[in-house]
Design a protein. Sequence first.
Length: 409
Amino acid sequence: MALIVQKYGGTSVGSIERIRNVAERVAKFKALGHQVVAVVSAMSGETNRLIDLAKQIQKEPDPRELDVLLSTGEQVTIALLAMALKDLGLRAKSYTGGQVRILTDDAHTKARILAIDEENLRRDLDSGHVVVVAGFQGVDAAGNITTLGRGGSDTTGVALAAALKADECQIYTDVDGVYTTDPRIVPEARRLKTITFEEMLEMASLGSKVLQIRSVEFAGKYKVKLRVLSSFEDEGEGTLITFEEENMEQPVISGIAFNRDEAKLTIVGVPDRPGIAAHILGPIAEANIDVDMIVQNVGVDGTTDFSFTVHRNELKKAMDVLSMVKTAIGARDVLGDDKIAKVSIVGVGMRTHAGIASKMFKALADENINIQMISTSEIKISVVVDDKYMELAVRALHQAFGLDQPASA
Ligand code: ADP
Ligand code: ASP
Ligand code: MG
């Protein structure tokens, strides 16, 4: 007998038929003698619909009230799934995040889980119930409803698996695993049988939304056995997220991630003297704006152009800060560009192979794609390119690194 946490995403509970289908899958695991916790998202499109309603009233919705609103999406699906399970003759009980007592901090719309009271759940599981828990939501110390950021049901699933010391956490979605890149962009993308935690962490943080990054962090920290599977297929082993084993044969590049979440700022004609980077980025940090990539070039006239990227939502705020900095340090101009995309290749095999960067740059050059910024770490290389070339860049790299081809035996 195993304890399994199964998380079902929006499309997996997107209609009454799909919810019945989920109930049948849960019933199969129960019939095998397992204990099952089912974590569910809101029906697909529902969270967006609710955000849209809120924005019709307030351009920037009040965060506390937005969380009250958004949490209703998952409250609908837990009740419906519990009913569908009962309809199959199973014992089932639904729980909101607050009812479980998934305690979070008070950062509305992006709260972090601090602790989970798993006692009630365990009692229900031991008495033969399927426990159905609302994903994406918790409660802060003062009793306010909080939500965990978009895609947060993944994190609820993994956090519950960690708290209950589950044997496995299964993430059921509309693809049958983690692919070499988003199969919606590259139809030739292949499912990976396994991917290391490190690689999955990079993929998620660089834009692959198949798993929310915090869910991967949790799984790594608490050693949760994590698998991504399709709820639309009966068979299939999906993708297992593994800890890297020594001597394990690794492909050089495992996957390609991309995102359009960032914007680039350039402060032009900055006097080239010590302390200038701190002068520019200090006020940005004080305004609580996270900086991702940074590039500085010294021009022929002894001034430098200093560029960096921030989240697209913060472009305006960052431009305002920089226009003040510009006057203070005597720079020529401040430019903002939100028509950029970041494309990244990820692979633990990069550690032991040379020439990966030049191969990447050549593949992009062959397609006439200009690279605006570059950043690297031990297991990833990211480039910023013009937004309109993003898909072309992903396809070119997918092919150049042989990801279209079945892995050699
Ligand atoms: P859910 O609602 O089940 O949480 P999401 O839409 O959040 O589903 O995540 C699944 C989607 O992630 C897929 O439909 C796919 O388009 C996208 N995706 C992005 N990158 C990848 C990848 N590397 N492998 C698989 N899916 C990916
Ligand atoms: N319903 C939430 C969202 O759409 C949480 C989730 O689906 O994981 O982001
Ligand atoms: Mg998701």
